[in-house]
Design a protein around this ligand. Structure first.
Ligand SMILES: Nc1ncnc2c1ncn2[C@@H]1O[C@H](COP(=O)(O)OP(=O)(O)OP(=O)(O)O)[C@@H](O)[C@H]1O
Ligand SMILES: O=C(O)C1=C[C@@H](O)[C@@H](O)[C@H](O)C1
Ligand SMILES: [Mg+2]
Length: 202
């Protein structure tokens, strides 16, 4: 039933009727760029803008799963539990991470599975968007779309998830970028030269 509902458009291109803007920058490789980090790290927001800047297609793994299932991430969790969601996430990541020339924003928990970490590390350039628990919580506090934070104490949950995952994000990252309280345009300006300087093995 979860596979047969009407789909919102997947965020995997520039959208119907909207031609891509001319790229304002480029990278010296076509390996995919993967963004990892906690809920609220800015993977979707920065990923979309980075893709536009580079003239690359943007893939958001959460949106891709929603498009495939026809329902929101929260409902996938409700129906299939976190385990079901993670299986779908791994299958989608395996497929999407083989695309060249894209920017891909992962979901916050995509680094949990060892095979996902291998896909990320071996197939592209991985950027860990890092932020403090205080800052992350400020960014997601009012948003109800994150099922793992629908608890009595979402801030404590976010802190414990961050502590658990930090070493996993670090272990896959080629570039760790501390966003601090930097606004999005500034993050993009500072991240771009790091990506351009990164050396990718053929
Ligand atoms: N550097 C930043 N400064 C201020 N606000 C930010 C920054 N990055 C993201 N935000 C805001 O934080 C919120 C969450 O960002 P976003 O949805 O991009 O996070 P995410 O990493 O994709 O999270 P998830 O893993 O849940 O998908 C959004 O409202 C976004 O505008
Ligand atoms: O941090 C997580 O485990 C998650 C983050 C979101 O991107 C979604 O993938 C989902 O809400 C799970
Ligand atoms: Mg996101």
């Amino acid at each position: 039933m979860i596979d047969s509902l009407p789909l919102p458009p997947a965020e995997t291109g520039h959208g119907p009727g909207s031609p891509p803007d001319a790229p304002q920058a480029s990278l010296p490789y076509d390996a995919p760029v993967f963004l990892v980090g906690m809920m609220g790290a800015g993977k979707t927001t920065i990923g979309r803008q980075l893709a536009r800047l580079l003239g690359r297609d943007f893939v958001d793994l959460d949106h891709e799963l929603e498009a495939r299932c026809g329902v929101r991430v929260a409902l996938i969790f409700d129906i299939e539990g976190e385990e079901g969601f993670r299986k779908r996430e791994t299958a989608a990541l395996d497929e999407c991470s083989q695309r060249r020339g894209i920017v891909l924003a992962t979901g916050g928990g995509a680094v949990l599975a060892p095979e996902n970490r291998r896909y990320l590390k071996e197939r592209g350039v991985v950027v860990y968007l890092r932020a403090s628990a205080d800052e992350l919580y400020r960014r997601v506090a009012r948003d109800r779309n994150r099922p793992l934070l629908q608890t009595a104490d979402p801030e404590a949950r976010l802190r414990s998830l961050l502590a658990e995952r930090e070493p996993l994000y670090e272990s896959v990252a080629h570039i760790t970028f501390e966003t601090g309280t930097m606004p999005v345009p500034q993050v993009l300006r500072a991240l771009l030269p790091l990506l351009q300087r990164h050396e990718v093995n053929p």
